[in-house]
Design a protein around this ligand. Structure first.
Ligand SMILES: Nc1ncnc2c1ncn2[C@@H]1O[C@H](COP(=O)(O)OP(=O)(O)OP(=O)(O)O)[C@@H](O)[C@H]1O
Ligand SMILES: [Mg+2]
Length: 387
């Protein structure tokens, strides 16, 4: 089979490596490790290639907490960046009352030191997951940014990153080195020296589109679809992106808040637990909470909230689902919530759409990470084209 007959998503689903290099050179640089990151409001997703070419992805709840002193028993993985104080991230931070880092624009977020430190620690976890050793890692970072931070450039008709985002990336990440000391659960320390030698921002939904539409060599696979709507069900945002294939055109709009609204309703139903946003989000994913020191199954309550509050999310997606002129692609972690997925399928059926023909829900394995994979692929391709 010729390479260009299968999209990257199809290859990934079939377990076929993309055959793309994990190491790139950009504009005369030394060898850089390519890495894609989607710094979501709920989870930060990172993608990079294993040494053997397989894709590795990781999603870590965007949660940060200053580390506490552990005086006995099992340790918790902690990090210190550029000689700063120690902190925990992800589920470890969550189960010790950590809260989500503030949501906001890329500029607001990367200007916050905790956020930069969190990002560096997340990159370290992904490097470990992919089997790399501590030491010096010079990175070419493809970064997925919210669609509304992409603007039309003054000259010509090219799309580019908004000035605010570009300046913030330059000031806070581009060319900067983050020295991360990671202490594992047994107290063993390793030092990771990460330099963001290249920062390549890209509209997050464009990443999803590239992986869904293109072969690994970057050429589009003709599936007969010329007009597409992507619905990304995220934690903070529900996003709609309309893409025309030829001539290529991308238009995005926010359709309001994402699953966070359901999580907050859920937290209000269980006031005695005082769940913060991140804990409520995680409770809905794991279908358990910790109450009075015990792990408690709350699956029934989660289903009830999704059935009731999910209707509002669905209502905001309906116009996209009911239109007949575009294929609809559903993505984002929201499609992993069983009740929500079912509701989408039911509404699609009512609108006369069949799966595969009128719409598609990105398979569970990749629903959260497509934006990050797209950012990774984009940085590899831009290196190959000498940009
Ligand atoms: N494994 C899972 N099982 C069930 N639901 C999940 C799972 N993972 C994520 N979700 C749900 O999907 C939601 C969105 O997750 P996602 O990681 O796509 O958001 P995000 O990208 O961090 O947010 P945003 O796009 O607003 O920045 C989560 O808040 C959660 O409700
Ligand atoms: Mg997202």
């Amino acid at each position: 089979m010729m390479e260009t007959t299968q999209t990257m998503l199809e290859r990934l689903l079939g377990g076929v490596p993309l055959g793309l290099p994990g190491i790139v050179r950009v504009g005369g640089s030394d060898d850089l490790r390519a890495i894609g990151v989607d710094n979501g409001n709920g989870h930060t997703k990172v993608a990079l290639f294993h040494p053997d070419g397989r894709l590795c992805t990781l999603a870590i709840p965007t949660v940060y907490r200053a580390a506490r002193e552990i005086r006995g028993g099992a340790g918790i993985v902690s990090y210190a960046v550029n000689d700063g104080s120690r902190f925990w991230i992800g589920t470890d931070a969550l189960s010790h009352d950590g809260d989500a880092l503030p949501i906001g624009s890329t500029a607001e977020r990367v200007s916050d030191q905790r956020h930069r430190d969190f990002l560096a620690a997340t990159m370290v976890e992904c490097l470990i997951e992919a089997g790399y050793a501590a030491g010096i890692h010079n990175l070419a970072v493809g970064i997925a940014i919210p669609n509304d931070e992409i603007v039309m450039k003054k000259q010509g008709d090219r799309l580019g990153v908004s000035r605010e985002t570009r300046d913030a990336l330059r000031q806070n990440l581009y060319g900067k080195t983050f020295t991360v000391v990671r202490t594992d659960a047994f107290g063993h320390e390793t030092t990771w020296v990460l330099t963001y030698s290249v920062m390549a921002p890209q509209a997050q939904s464009l990443g999803t589109y590239l992986v869904w539409k293109n072969a690994p060599n970057g050429l589009a696979v003709d599936n007969g679809i010329e007009a597409l709507t992507i619905i990304d069900i995220g934690t903070g945002d529900l996003q709609r992106t309309d893409i025309d294939v030829n001539p290529y055109r991308l238009m995005g709009e926010k359709l309001g808040a994402g699953t966070i609204t359901m999580a907050r309703h859920f937290a209000r139903r269980l006031p005695q637990l005082r769940l913060n946003d991140a804990q409520a989000t995680q409770a809905m994913i794991t279908r358990t909470v910790r109450a009075e020191g015990r792990r408690v199954d709350i699956g029934t309550q989660v289903d009830a909230i999704i059935a009731a509050e999910g209707q509002d999310l669905i209502a905001r997606m309906l116009p996209a689902l009911q239109q007949n002129s575009r294929f609809v692609l559903f993505t984002g972690g929201g499609v992993l919530l069983p009740g929500l997925r079912q509701a989408i399928e039911e509404r699609a059926a009512i609108a006369g759409k069949t799966a595969g023909q009128g719409y598609e829900i990105v398979p569970a394995l990749y629903a959260m990470s497509l934006n990050a994979i797209g950012a990774l692929v984009a940085v590899v391709h831009s290196a190959a084209s000498g940009q």
